[in-house]
Ligand binder design. Structure first.
Ligand SMILES: Nc1ncnc2c1ncn2[C@@H]1O[C@H](COP(=O)(O)OP(=O)(O)OP(=O)(O)O)[C@@H](O)[C@H]1O
Length: 256
């Protein structure tokens, strides 16, 4: 991508954006946006529908080439993206899906190891159609991480999964990120998902980062503690949600 500096060295930020503008016609969806993500840092991006989350992700992924302007736009060249749907090639076996485009020696072994890391050891020769939605997303994660990206971009990766599978995927993603240490930008609508996973939660509003909250709660971050409830309520308020309606379970905890 022409606007990417690429190839940042260790110790500098994985992502460094200042003054980013992305307009569609007259409408500035991203408006002088500033954001920095450190190496290995896990940042969750939340914001109202249409606030520009996916647009920002597409810019960083190099998929959106229509950036209107910026002062600085540094992102690594080695970026992997995971979407809500796994986007596996149905005519290729799992191992081929994971290793597609991989060059260098040991691609086969690296792919098999990645599949094992996501709990799919021995399924290398299976076809995507034989897998559940959650299993397909595991393959998508393996395909992303086998490339050892400096930056992992994830756009609602668990949005189509049932609640139980989503919780399992949270644990898996956290574990994989601790092992591979990519910088992560996770777009999510789910405030609880953001708090469960991220080192920082940033809120996108009116084209800019309106809030940037470091999450210092100890793991596992189960809802229930007053600190969790306060953080959740604060983030929901920033999203314009009435927290009295949105968090009945928090009220019950407080009343108990
Ligand atoms: N190619 C395009 N042409 C015109 N407008 C666009 C285009 N892509 C996005 N937009 C507009 O930019 C705004 C931001 O879209 P984007 O998909 O980034 O929002 P989002 O925060 O990811 O939304 P959601 O949470 O609903 O997925 C929306 O109003 C959308 O209509």
């Amino acid at each position: 991508m022409a606007t990417h500096a690429g190839g940042l060295s260790t110790g500098t930020a994985a992502v460094h954006i200042t003054g980013l503008v992305r307009a569609f016609g007259e409408r500035r969806v991203l408006d002088s946006l500033d954001l920095t993500i450190g190496p290995g840092e896990f940042v969750a991006l939340i914001g109202r529908s249409g606030s520009g989350k996916s647009t920002l992700l597409r810019v960083l992924a190099g998929i959106d080439h229509g950036v209107t302007g910026f002062e600085r736009l540094d992102a690594p060249e080695n970026v992997s993206v995971v979407f809500q749907d796994a986007r596996l090639l149905p005519w290729k076996r799992l191992l081929e899906n994971v290793t597609l485009g991989l060059t260098g020696p040991g691609a086969h072994e690296r792919g098999a190891t990645a599949l094992a890391e996501v709990g799919l050891a021995g399924r290398e020769r299976a076809w995507p159609v034989e897998l559940s939605g959650g299993e397909q997303q595991r393959v998508a994660l393996a395909r992303s991480l086998v490339r050892e990206p400096e930056l992992l971009l994830a756009d609602e990766p668990f949005g189509a999964l049932d609640a139980l599978t989503r919780i399992r995927m949270h644990a898996l993603l956290r574990q994989l990120c601790e092992r591979h240490r990519p910088a992560v930008l996770l777009v999510t609508h789910d405030v609880d998902e953001a708090i469960a996973l991220a080192d920082r939660v940033v809120v996108l509003d009116a084209g800019r980062i309106a809030a940037d909250q470091t999450i210092s709660l100890p793991a596992p971050r189960a809802p229930g503690s007053p600190e969790y409830a306060a953080l959740r309520a604060d983030l929901l308020t920033r999203l314009g949600v009435d927290t009295d309606v949105a968090a009945p379970e928090v009220k019950e905890v407080e009343e108990a």
